[in-house]
Design a protein around this ligand. Structure first.
Ligand code: WQD
Length: 337
């Protein structure tokens, strides 16, 4: 299948493109290169032996995006990753986030309707759950007010998709990621780092590498076994593979529903301190850390009920926490030098 992959040289996008190529699909990547590196196209070719089509496109420019659809008239499905995704940045720059993430999605759906491209997999986030009332959190849980403009753009995009699917032939699967971490086993692609890391695992690996003096553990007074937050960490390759399953479910029209949503997690909540221990066990490297006050906006605990994705997508996260940590470390060493 010809699959348009927006944001396809980003972290999840690039790993998904590799899996698409490995399964004989033909990905067409569009990206505006705002927070990704064109070198990733070369890395994807090096991993798979096949160079994906790449077009630099600003999705907020409708004419540019429409031109892309004209140029590639045989698109079978879209996987929509392209979005600004930094929580703190979204708090400081809400209008940039609302404009970019919402306009790109609206333009995309208008083009899909015009060119009769009717299958889309949307990159959503567990952020839409906020602080869940019950754990593990399932897809029917109340979607809480977003903790950030970034999280709100994900929720609004899901609503835009629901309403659009009702009145067009477009069918959508939204995948709510929990905490994707790790990197491809070749260490040729991984989480793009531009400046100080925002997420836990890149901060751990940069501390191990000596780029950071120590890790700050945000909050140790939560109502959890060791006082630090719980998250559901999942290997980025497991997340990528779930997208293939979602595309195939759409293509085979396996569901009578025009909009479906699935959690992508392992189903286990792991604390920050246990993540540090897991990294040390996987690599033999001790991590210096300091317990500091909570980070505003953090939820205490969130981890997935994965049964719906397991059954409907016939997919299950398979890679161990040790493999997540080891691949993250190999990636750090590859880019660190
Ligand atoms: C994980 C835990 C921190 C850094 C974010 C987005 C979410 C999704 C995944 C896109 C928290 C703690 C972190 C550090 C720390 N992204 N931490 N010291 O916030 O769960 O989720 O990434 O969809 O939308 O919000 O991920 O890695 O930032 O934090 O103690 O230096 O690690 O407090 O408990 P988060 P994270």
């Amino acid at each position: 299948m010809n699959i348009l992959v927006t944001g396809g040289i980003g972290y999840i996008g690039s790993h998904t493109v590799v899996e698409l190529i490995n399964r004989g699909h033909n990905p067409i990547i569009i990206d505006n290169l705002v927070n990704s590196d064109i070198e990733v196209v070369n890395r994807i070719e090096k991993i798979t032996g096949k160079r994906p089509i790449f077009e630099k496109v600003e999705m907020c420019n409708f004419n540019e995006l429409q031109g892309l659809f004209r140029k590639y008239p045989n698109i079978d499905a879209v996987i929509h990753f392209a979005a600004l995704l930094l929580v703190e940045e979204s708090v400081e720059e809400p209008l940039i986030y609302y404009h970019n993430n919402l306009t790109a999605t609206v333009n995309l759906l208008q083009c899909m309707a015009e060119f009769e491209v009717n299958n889309i997999v949307f990159s959503s986030s567990c952020t839409v759950y906020g602080e869940p009332d019950t754990l593990p959190v399932d897809e029917f849980a109340t979607v809480k007010p977003a903790m950030s403009p970034y999280g709100n753009t994900k929720k609004i995009c899901e609503d835009i998709l629901v309403d659009t699917c009702k009145v067009t032939d477009i069918r959508c699967i939204a995948l709510r990621y929990f905490n994707p971490i790790g990197a491809h086993e070749t260490a040729l692609i991984g989480e793009f780092q531009d400046g100080p890391p925002h997420h836990l695992v890149p901060y751990i690996t940069e501390t191990a590498f000596g780029k950071r003096e120590k890790l700050r553990v945000f909050g140790s007074d939560y109502n959890t076994p060791d006082g630090t937050c719980l998250r559901d960490y999942i290997h980025v390759v497991d997340v990528a593979i779930a997208h293939i399953a979602a595309i195939e479910r759409l293509k085979e029209k396996k569901s009578e529903k025009s909009f479906e949503v699935f959690n992508l997690g392992v189903g286990i909540g792991i604390s920050v301190l246990d993540m540090i221990k897991a990294f040390e066990k996987a690599t033999g490297i001790a991590i210096k850390y300091e317990l500091v006050p909570r980070r505003p906006g953090d939820v205490e605990a969130v981890y997935a009920d994965t049964r719906l994705a397991n059954s409907a997508l016939n997919w299950k996260a398979e890679r161990s926490l040790e493999e997540m940590m080891r691949s993250a470390w190999e990636w750090e060493k590859a880019i660190g030098k």
